[in-house]
Design a protein around this ligand. Structure first.
Ligand code: FA5
Length: 341
């Protein structure tokens, strides 16, 4: 039995010496040290030996097993070290090679225009305020001098909610909300979403954004001339120094007198082109002196204050600024469009 054990040991050490891969070492571990190894088989015959021989053979086989296992471990470590020493040939790292650029997100073009509008008005001393998008009938219509059955309500097709409220049809509702809580003098702008029950086309959306402006002071302190110069400064800030504006008489129930204002086309500088439909002017919004009925509806004494209000669509401004001919592109979520800004 001693000879058999020594023969197994000799063979095992020879084979371990020749093994070159992890897999080969693992196969030898099973063959010489596993539960079904040759050495384990030999030990099954121990029961037929005398106690003295059993002790001697038992010790020899344990010692042999330890030697084989230690050689297997050493061989495994050797193979691992060899692999690591060659890794630089397989996996070269050039630390000077430029890395892959991760695509960065950026602001939506409407957000960019919104920030530009805010910055220009803030530089003229305006406070930026926000209010709710779902309004009650009073603040959206009645307080703005559009009581129930007033024909002017038809000017803005409205989505009605079951509870009688409306997704606001214009940012003018913020005028009433602000004046209920603040006494003049003040100058504010408010930017946000508005909703109209309209069919969409290249220049109309049912959900778009507006900017509302309101300046109120004691009677005699606010004039159309002040307002015209503020709107003019704003347009120059957005479209360039050479931009001109003009006011045309128009009707909005919450202002008296009321105007629509146009800016000279920034593309053709007033010569006439495709963007301005050959007129040289682009219509941008409405404006006017605040109707005294609006002041009384928020609790101000009649004729104590005077004010000027204006409102314009943010998408329309962005279309002109970037030369976009279809308003629906802003909300379509097409990355090929958005990545251009
Ligand atoms: C108003 O909404 C008034 N509240 C503006 C105002 C404020 C007038 C203060 C006087 C004083 P209007 O419905 O014309 O007015 O809309 C104002 C601007 O919003 C338009 O000039 C246009 O730029 C934009 N706009 C109107 N309807 C749409 C639409 N369906 N899609 C995109 N933009 C629109």
């Amino acid at each position: 039995m001693k000879n058999k054990i020594n023969e197994i040991k000799k063979r095992a050490l020879e084979e371990i010496g020749k093994a070159k891969t992890f897999e080969a070492v693992e196969a030898l571990r099973v063959k010489y040290s596993g539960r079904k190894s040759e050495l384990t088989n030999v030990l099954r015959g121990l029961k037929d030996l005398s106690p003295k021989e059993r002790k001697e053979i038992g010790e020899l086989s344990n010692h042999t097993k330890q030697i084989i296992e230690s050689e297997l471990d050493k061989k495994e470590l050797k193979i691992k070290n060899e692999e690591l020493s060659h890794i630089d040939k397989k996996e070269k790292i050039d630390v000077t090679y430029p890395g892959k650029k991760t695509a960065k997100g950026h602001l939506h073009p409407l957000t960019q225009v919104r920030y530009a509008i805010e910055a220009i008005f803030k530089s003229m001393g305006f406070l930026v305020v926000e209010d709710r998008e779902v309004e009650d009938e009073f603040h959206n219509f009645d307080a703005m001098n559009m009581p129930r059955n007033h024909p002017a309500r038809d000017m803005q097709d409205t989505f009605w909610l079951k509870n009688g409220c409306v997704p606001r049809t214009h940012t003018s509702s913020v005028q009433a909300r602000f004046m209920e809580k603040n006494k003049p003098p003040f100058r504010i702008i408010s930017l946000g979403r508005v909703y109209r029950n309209e069919n969409t086309d290249a220049t109309h959306e049912s959900n778009f954004h507006q900017t509302e402006g309101l300046i109120v002071d004691k009677s005699g302190k606010v004039t159309v001339a002040n307002a015209k110069s503020i709107i003019s400064e704003f347009m120059k800030g957005l479209f360039g120094e050479s931009t001109k504006i003009r006011l045309r008489p128009s009707y909005f129930p919450f202002v008296e007198p009321g105007f629509e204002f146009d800016a000279s086309c920034p593309y053709c500088k007033g010569e006439g082109c495709r963007i301005c439909k050959k007129t040289g002017w682009i219509e941008l919004g409405g404006a006017g002196m605040v109707n005294q009925n609006v002041f009384t509806s928020v609790g101000f004494n009649e004729d104590k204050y005077e004010g000027f209000a204006f409102g314009f669509g943010i998408e329309r401004l962005a279309m002109i600024k970037y030369g976009i001919d279809d308003i629906r592109l802003f909300h379509a979520g097409d990355l090929r469009f958005l990545q251009q800004f």
